[in-house]
Ligand binder design. Structure first.
Ligand SMILES: N=CN[C@@H](CCC(=O)O)C(=O)O
Ligand SMILES: [Zn+2]
Length: 386
């Protein structure tokens, strides 16, 4: 069954070979894109959808979420808006709420968040563990994450849980916990920050993950100069996320590396943190990703359009830079780039994961912030309810 989508005012492929087409059309055949070209020169297809002068772009790749959790921390949020500082210790409240709910409740909640993300155009999503922090709970989060999300990241090293000896917990994370989550996980992550894990502890965790065959990620330099960015470069991590507090040397080191710097606008705003210097990172040539960081503590949003709009309006990225970071940048941060199953781009022969906006161009995303502009979404060729 082939579907011709025509009447596309702006087709942003996020593929260097094709770029941006105007007055365009494309054909979806099964789960893949079979043809891209001018709306005046279309091939025959089984079905035709005229989108009436609207924009099409790849579905978002949300490369950083903590999707599997229970409870909310709206009181903590309110206290922060009244002047309290964010601290890593709040994670324990979500751990306590998460441990006591059933698998079915946890799965339904995560599925609800994934559906909410899809309504904003997200077609690929990562989910971290990190709200279990004991062997059974982390394993459960990894298993549910694998059911609900596309990529699972093991974040047992999110916080030392209350009442547990530091060394004992590290040994658990790099031993039995890593073994148990390994079948579900592609990456290992660590919260390298004051109040969470030191640089040396983070290195130990990440080296164990690498030895087990996992890719590396770091929550780094969110609340201060934690050393997470330097560690990411030293270890050749796939991404370092947050990147709020950077020295010139950090930026130079990232620019000279292949590490993706992931900017998380929702967390920057919700914690009233110093904004990640996305403009300076882009100017230095650092590869950027943009992600929601969906979690109940620092960023309770699933909206990639919000993140793209904020990256343009507040972090001073250009529209092109923000769109690249939210699509191909996210794919690079998940290792889902560079082959026939790459996500975050629209190319002939590639996966048909794309979104139709209720707007003539993607410029309307930051131009009309907060307005729900996602009109239709296809994931691997299948229409998703939005
Ligand atoms: N910073 C570490 N982890 C999460 C927040 C976790 C929480 O506060 O529950 C983040 O990415 O912001
Ligand atoms: Zn996070």
């Amino acid at each position: 069954m082939t579907l011709l989508v025509t009447g596309i005012s702006e087709l942003r492929t996020q593929d260097d070979a094709t770029g941006i087409l105007t007055d365009a059309a494309l054909v979806i055949d099964g789960e893949r894109v079979a043809w891209i070209g001018s709306a005046s020169d279309v091939p025959a297809a089984d079905q035709c959808l005229d989108v009436g002068g609207r924009a099409v772009l790849p579905g978002w790749v949300d490369s950083h979420t903590h999707l599997v959790f229970a409870g909310d921390r709206s009181a903590e949020f309110a206290a922060r808006m009244a002047g309290e500082a964010y601290a890593a210790g709040g994670i324990q409240a979500t751990v306590d709420a998460t441990r006591v709910v059933s698998d079915a409740e946890l799965t339904a909640h995560a599925e609800g968040l994934r559906a909410e993300a899809a309504r904003g155009g997200t077609t690929t999503i990562e989910a971290k563990t990190g709200y279990g922090l004991d062997l059974a709970s982390e394993t459960r989060l990894a298993r549910i994450g694998a059911d609900v999300a596309d990529v699972v990241t093991f974040l047992g090293a999110h916080l030392i849980p209350t009442g547990v000896d530091r060394r004992d917990y590290l040994d658990l994370v790099i031993g039995p916990m890593l073994d148990a989550v390994r079948p579900y996980s592609s990456f290992i992550d660590v919260f390298c920050e004051s109040g969470a894990f030191t640089v040396d502890e983070s290195r130990e965790v990440l080296e164990a993950g690498r030895a087990a065959g996992l890719g590396l990620k770091i929550h780094g330099n969110q609340l201060g100069h934690s050393g997470g960015v330097a560690l990411a470069v030293e270890l050749g991590a796939t991404s370092v996320d947050h990147v709020n507090h950077l020295t010139a040397a950090d930026i130079d080191a990232l620019a000279a590396s292949d590490v993706v710097a992931t900017v998380l606008p929702g967390a920057d705003l919700s914690t009233r943190e110093w904004l990640a210097p996305a403009r300076e990172l882009a100017d230095a040539g650092v590869r950027l990703a943009l992600a929601t960081n969906t979690n109940p503590g620092t960023s309770f949003t699933t909206s990639m359009p919000f993140c793209v709009a904020t990256a343009v309006l507040q972090h001073r990225l250009s529209l092109d830079e923000a769109l690249a970071a939210a699509t191909t940048g996210g794919a690079a941060a998940l290792g889902l780039d560079g082959d026939a199953d790459a996500v975050g781009c629209i190319a002939v022969g590639g996966l048909a994961s794309l979104q139709l906006l209720d707007a003539p161009s993607a410029a309307h995303i930051p131009y009309r912030p907060g307005v729900p502009l996602t009109r239709a979404v296809w994931r691997r060729g299948r229409r998703v309810d939005v």
